[in-house]
Design a protein around this ligand. Structure first.
Ligand code: NAD
Length: 351
């Protein structure tokens, strides 16, 4: 009996001491909902802030429906520890009301309009959310004394450099897109808040993330969907551009380690640390789906970059970040999800 009480005391002290309250902005999105799920599973309380926004006029509604469903499912599973707020991060007063309700240990700021092409089509919307929204979050962290934050930056900040692998201390002054410029701005603004208010802020530069529940506007989903439905794929350029594709669970591992480790001001690459050409990537998806890709080529955009490859040494040293997935193993897992998603979509349509 005494032993049982001791075990229970240990368990409760672990839960009470170790579990955290974490705000995740963009927590209904691809990366955000997966981080949320992982934090809830380990016992943290998570406050998700998301406005279900999308600039994707073709697939935005479908993507938002998937995000709503994911949050709904998580709410059913974790009714006591998931607190969801449908709120635009541009709305500072509603954010203030949320921040004032909780004792928050850390913020993981992922909400943004992501994507190079959307930033060409909707420059003002992208700048407003990605820059003004970020300032709102940092202001509230300052006001409510939340000392640690992890912010989503991007490999886009490296622009069209040919100096690979990309290292965190190389110059990032030549942006190829407004999207990249908003992420570079986020890093600069974060430094100012670190300097002025002593916030610990880790900016994570994600390298093309793919996997289950991935964004419909991103190449891994577009390629898989086209190959599965035997539709042509448009490649911008000749397909020799190289990319560091990173499987979602590797990114989540890095984000959670960064949440758990305040480290002053940091910029860190989170990638797989190895590359594949776009043509090889498509052919590998074809191999896993079991169909021959149909490819057509078009001229590349000035905003497209020719190569991305992360040096992950800094994240390895600081966070013990250790990516586990090869592109083949990650694409196989994504395909398992994709088939299920397709079946469900079709059964919904025919009912
Ligand atoms: P996502 O679009 O799936 O998630 C972003 C979420 O933010 C969405 O759920 C959206 O509804 C929400 N959002 C957008 N504007 C908002 C606003 N004004 N107020 C409240 N919520 C808002 O994108 P993702 O792929 O999960 O990306 C997450 C973060 O990582 C973004 O900051 C993105 O720029 C960055 N990033 C992603 C990748 C990648 O490969 N997926 C690469 C580099 C950087």
């Amino acid at each position: 009996m005494t032993f049982f009480l001791k075990v229970m005391a240990c368990f409760f002290s672990y839960v009470l001491l170790e579990s955290k309250t974490i705000v995740i902005t963009g927590g209904a999105g691809f990366i955000g909902a997966t981080v949320t799920q992982n934090l809830l599973k380990r016992g943290d309380s998570v406050i998700v802030i998301d406005a279900f926004l999308s600039l994707d006029s073709i697939n935005g509604d479908r993507y938002n429906a998937m995000k709503r469903e994911r949050i709904f499912t998580l709410q059913q599973q974790f009714p006591d520890t998931l607190h969801f707020y449908e709120c635009n991060i541009e709305d500072k007063e509603t954010l203030r009301a949320i921040f004032s309700k909780y004792q928050i240990d850390a913020v993981c700021h992922l909400a943004a309009h992501a994507g190079v092409r959307f930033s060409m089509q909707f420059p003002n919307e992208v700048a407003k959310t990605n820059i003004e929204g970020t300032i709102n979050i940092l202001e509230l962290m300052k006001d409510y004394k939340v000392k640690h934050g992890v912010l989503a930056s991007s490999s886009s900040v490296y622009g069209n450099t040919t100096q690979i692998p990309f290292t965190e201390n190389q110059p990032t002054d030549m942006q190829s897109s407004l999207y990249g410029a908003t992420k570079k701005s986020l890093e600069l603004i974060a430094y100012a808040y670190h300097n002025l208010y002593d916030l610990s802020l880790t900016c994570l530069r994600f390298f093309t993330v793919y996997g289950p529940y991935g964004r419909f506007d991103m190449s891994p989903f577009i390629f898989m969907d086209a190959i599965y439905h035997e539709k042509p794929i448009t490649i911008y350029g000749d397909g020799s551009a190289i990319r560091d594709f990173t499987y979602i669970d590797d990114i989540i591992q890095g984000i959670i380690k960064a949440i758990d480790k305040p480290a002053g001001y940091q910029k860190l690459n989170l990638g797989a640390g190895r590359t594949i050409t776009i043509k090889e990537f498509i052919s590998l998806i074809g191999d896993i789906v079991g169909k021959e890709p149909i490819i057509s080529f078009q001229e590349s955009f000035a905003a497209d970059v020719n190569m991305t490859q992360a040096s992950i040494t800094k994240a390895q040293n600081l966070l013990n970040y250790n990516p586990q997935y090869t592109v083949r193993s990650g694409i196989k897992l994504m395909y398992e999800w994709y088939k299920e998603y397709e079946n469900k979509k079709n059964s919904t349509v025919t009912v």
